[in-house]
Write a protein that binds this ligand. Structure first.
Ligand code: ADP
Ligand code: MG
Length: 336
């Protein structure tokens, strides 16, 4: 199969209908450039994320979930800015034109794209070590994008969904941790098919003072907000620990096994610095508490208040009694 057959069969043909129905797409796959027309008064939100074999995924990962994840991590960036997805491009390097890989990859990718009405409008295909680079385009009303630099002293800090599950799954796959089948399956689902919080991000326009998506761990990513907003924060360690999904799904029997091999210190570490969560961390003034709850409800996304922005720089952890918890956990860094 040649390059053009491959593009036609797995990307152009299955994406055609979606592009035709999407009013922002003036020209889809097939010309030198795609043409995108955001609605009047909108700004384009643009983000790229690359997935490299051996670094971001194992060589034997299910191509269906890989297709999902490649787009999900990009949509998560749009969500963090409160942008509505419009379209994306796909740059793909493949060792060979393997249809047994391409078919499920394309299915997983385009299923998530259809869910968000985000049209595939172009890309590039080349032979080489497996590498997937997606650029997403979204729209957000002018000057309403949620940014990292506007958290204010006194604001509440929130996080969506659960934390640390993806890292748990990774540790099990690396043979460093044992979990029950039920807990591992739940954690693996979060690692391989994360849910980008697009509806929540859009619902938080005009409510959140700042936002970021948690890809490298809450501690590090919230740290970017603190730094760019020139503020600090205090967060409740017990509340964050409870956000580990195995704590939420676990039956009492599982919980006992978890607690025996898995200290609360360790659980806090996974929740704080696990990485690959693709949840939203955001801030909002105390006067917006009801509005935040309404946004969570409207977008059908659980949201938990975990702390407060303070003037003193840095991130502090406190326990239920308000005592400082030593913070020894670093976030994930590709170069460490
Ligand atoms: P060019 O030579 O002008 O870069 P190509 O021959 O690489 O164009 O691609 C032909 C068309 O197919 C272009 O519209 C391009 O955007 C699209 N395309 C190439 N690879 C992909 C892909 N993996 N997914 C979606 N569209 C693709
Ligand atoms: Mg090309």
């Amino acid at each position: 199969m040649g390059e053009f057959d491959l593009i036609e069969r797995y990307f152009k043909a299955p994406a055609r209908d979606m592009a035709q129905r999407n009013s922002a797409v003036a020209q889809g796959i097939g010309d030198d450039c795609a043409l995108l027309q955001p609605a009047a008064g909108m700004q384009l939100a643009i983000s790229s994320d690359m997935l490299v074999e051996g670094r971001h995924f194992f060589a034997d990962v299910d191509p269906l979930t890989l297709g999902h994840k490649a787009l999900a991590v990009n949509l998560s960036d749009l969500a963090a800015c409160g942008a509505k997805p419009l379209a994306f491009t796909l740059a793909l390097a493949l060792p060979q034109a393997d249809e047994a890989w391409l078919a499920p990859f394309s299915r997983g990718l385009l299923a998530l794209a259809a869910e968000h009405n985000c049209a595939l409008i172009g890309g590039d295909t080349t032979q080489g070590p497996l590498n997937i680079c997606i650029t997403v385009f979204g729209e957000v009303p002018k000057n309403q994008a949620l940014l990292r630099n506007a958290a204010k002293v006194g604001d509440d800090i929130y996080v969506s969904g659960t934390l640390g599950d993806a890292r748990l799954a990774l540790e099990v796959m690396r043979g460093k941790l044992a979990l029950s089948t039920e807990a591992f399956t739940a954690a693996k689902t979060r690692l391989e098919t994360p849910t980008p919080r697009v509806a929540l991000g859009m619902a938080l326009r005009g409510i959140a003072s700042s936002a970021i998506d948690v890809s490298d761990g809450l501690q590090g990513d919230l740290g970017h907000v603190l730094q760019q907003s020139a503020v600090g924060a205090v967060i409740d360690a017990a509340v964050v620990t409870q956000l580990l999904a195995i704590n939420l799904i676990a039956t009492q029997a599982i919980k006992t096994t978890i607690n025996s091999q898995f200290t609360s210190q360790k659980q806090l570490q996974y929740a704080l610095s696990g990485g690959d969560d693709y949840e939203l961390a955001f801030t909002a003034s105390v006067s917006k508490r009801q509005a935040v709850q309404a946004a969570a409800l409207a977008s059908n996304t659980p949201v938990t208040r975990i702390g407060q922005i303070e003037a003193e720089p840095g991130l502090r952890l406190i326990d239920a009694q308000g005592q400082t918890v030593p913070n020894i956990f670093a976030s994930f860094d590709h170069f460490q």
